[in-house]
Design a protein around this ligand. Structure first.
Ligand code: ZN
Ligand code: ZN
Ligand code: ZN
Length: 254
């Protein structure tokens, strides 16, 4: 299995439009963060978790030539806005793309991309096969076992996903003990860490570190990073052993 970080930024991305701060002005490539998403390559399948506004560019940058499935964590715009660009994969693969999400997320997709689900389909619209999932393990493509993990994004229950010994969690604020049990034993964990200061719906850096140490994955990579977290190099230097900041384009094999 290979993981590629397609984007590691919060909803605004870094740099944030018109922001004069030192992080947004940084020339370090690792301080350029597109909206959060990962590509998982397993058994010859390409699976993307979330398709934010930067999805098109992320597919071009990583030269992704086929896409078998999309898993959605939740329906916020920074996680779904790029879905329309699956049209290219529809064209070259001559089939719809399989999309997995909870009922609430699929309803949001039908609302936000109503033209793709209308009875009279305009030629060239995205072709999407919706698969309703709940908080229980399912087989993707009849082949890859995916175990959802429910986390709380303030009051909104959303999903993280475990595939083998890889677990991806973004936009969490709290995680129940029983859901934490599902993550334990992961070799690679991805966890969100927005900034240093407290936030109502996202883990802070300190909260993410505490949670990562409790889970005890061999390596934890932090994502969904905001410009107020600080510069990549400065923050990375202060992290405990086994905890890293992810950055766009980073690849991890397991
Ligand atoms: Zn988000
Ligand atoms: Zn800034
Ligand atoms: Zn969100």
């Amino acid at each position: 299995m290979r993981i590629t970080f397609l984007g590691t930024g919060t909803s605004q991305g870094i740099p944030m439009i018109a922001c004069p701060c030192e992080v947004c002005a940084s020339v370090d490539k690792r301080d350029k963060r597109l909206r959060s998403s990962v590509l998982v390559e397993i058994n010859g399948l390409n699976i993307v978790i979330d398709t934010g506004p930067d999805f098109r560019y992320q597919m071009l940058r990583e030269q992704v030539k086929h896409l078998e499935a999309i898993l959605f964590t939740h329906e916020h715009k920074d996680h779904i806005a790029g879905l329309d660009d699956v049209r290219a994969f529809n064209y070259f693969q001559q089939r719809a793309v399989d999309v997995y999400g909870t009922n609430r997320v699929l309803d949001a997709l039908k609302r936000e991309f109503a033209y793709a689900f209308s009875d009279q389909k305009y030629p060239g619209i995205p072709q999407i096969d919706l698969h309703d999932i709940a908080n229980s393990p399912f087989l993707l493509n009849g082949d890859v076992l995916v175990s959802p993990i429910q986390v709380m994004h303030y009051k909104l229950p959303i999903l993280g996903f475990r595939i083998g010994d890889f677990t991806y969690i973004t936009d969490a604020k709290t995680i129940d003990e029983q859901e934490l049990e599902k993550i334990k034993g992961s070799t690679i964990l991805v966890l969100n860490a927005l900034q240093q200061e407290s936030h109502i719906s996202h883990l802070t850096l300190e909260e993410a570190i505490t949670l990562a140490q409790k889970i005890g994955a061999k390596e934890t990579y932090l994502t969904h990073i905001g410009h107020r977290l600080g510069k990549h190099a400065d923050v990375l230097a202060q992290l405990p052993t086994g905890i890293f900041l992810a950055y766009d384009g980073l690849k991890v094999n397991l």
